[in-house]
Design a protein around this ligand. Sequence first.
Ligand code: PA5
Length: 500
Amino acid sequence: MPVLSEENATITRHRDSVTAPRTLTPDDAFVKANQIALNITHIVNPIDGKPFISVDEIERFAPTVVEQHHRLKNGEGDCRDGDTPMLGWQSLPDEISTEHLDEILSVTGELSGQIDAFVSLGIGGSYLGIDATIKALTHTYFNQLPREARNGAPEIYFLGQSTDPDYFRDTLDMLEGKRVGLNVISKSGTTTETAIAFRILRRMLEDRHPGKIAELIIATTDSTKGALRSLVKRFGYKSFEVPGNVGGRFSVLTDVGLVGLAMAGIDIHEFTAGFRHMKKRTDGDDFWSNLSMVHAAVRHLAHQKGKKIEVVATNSAAIYQLTRWMEQIFPESEGHGGFGMWVSPSMYSEKLHANGQMVQDGERNILETFLRLVESNNDIEIPVDPDNEDGLNYFPDAGHTMSFINSLVIDGPAFAHFEGGVPNMTVDIPRRNAFNLGQFYYMMERSVALSGYLAGHNPFIQPGVEAYKRAMFSLAGKPGWENDGKAIKSAIGKMKLKVI
Ligand code: PA5
């Protein structure tokens, strides 16, 4: 039997998804086969005779969660950034029209035909969801594939999420000799990392195509304000809008995410349908049928019982980037006033051979959440070896393939860690498609919003992030920040230097 089947199903599925009819209402069979599930067996079953959190405890807490769920739905409570209630993401899945999605496809389709490489510039919520979704749904070595195997999409790069000059330079090298288009994404329009990247890329394009770069640039920003909107008006770039009532980390279903996904050939209609489906599943008041409420309740109770670290682990390299998306949306929304759980993204098995020791046997302050990809796109046979020196023939002898072994990379740790005093839950993601990704994002957005409300703070602002910016601007001598700069330098100057 050959070790590999003829075609890589990630490539064929990407191709099929692009040629399939665009629809916001997938048929019942598809929806039934693509239900995200939350398994809390290893939370509510006894360890040493006592469950970490009992079903009774969850039920006693449920009315509080339902109450906060109502307040969020009704736009009550601490949800404003300035004057704006930041709850637009809640109803967004029902508000996006097919026409709008088609318009995005038309703009990206036109640009795609003119370029070899597309660079998405942005940081935080203006970056992570796009990167995570593309990685989840396309080939690991997307940019190295021939263009037909990418289903016609250009190569996709990301900049603006770091100011590391070596990384930046290496990425620029990859753009050498290629026709380049870009989407600069910044809701505020003033984020330093993104703005620096845009400056450099704009200069690169201007050097290559003097006076003709407007058609190669898309800007996604606030509809009226900010430096980026001014540049759009001045230079006539194509532009998309970030709704004022949707914060960065909740914006993957806005044009922030959709433009990049469309460029990568991801079915944005199906993606939206996934959000809609999870919205329907989490709109209701019945606690036990509402994944977001149960998820938020378990995390909140776990935190109250001393779990300060959440290891979010997956068995899928494609899905791994979702754990990084969670690493942003949860801490940036929860880390207020001394509250919050540290999210640690982990790719298993790799991390089992590293911090796995700590999870099993270190301080018992860890909650673990698995993102299990139930069905991978491909499977690989384990060859029978007549010598069987490594003793592994029992796998092929029992008909076990690599996907079976990979499922054990969740099942094994889930049981062992549970027994070792690490309660854990599993989010089952049936397979790699845009519908499931949409469901996943919406479930987590609702859960983290609830988490903030349960903790009694506003989960839609991030004043803590401003502190580093203030220090950075001051140290850089930004005009208007000179006094802060002096104060910081003097404070640093007063510290006793200790370098070993
Ligand atoms: O969630 C958030 O609001 C942040 O992570 C932002 O997305 C991030 O700071 C980027 O901001 P902007 O889009 O304004 O450049």
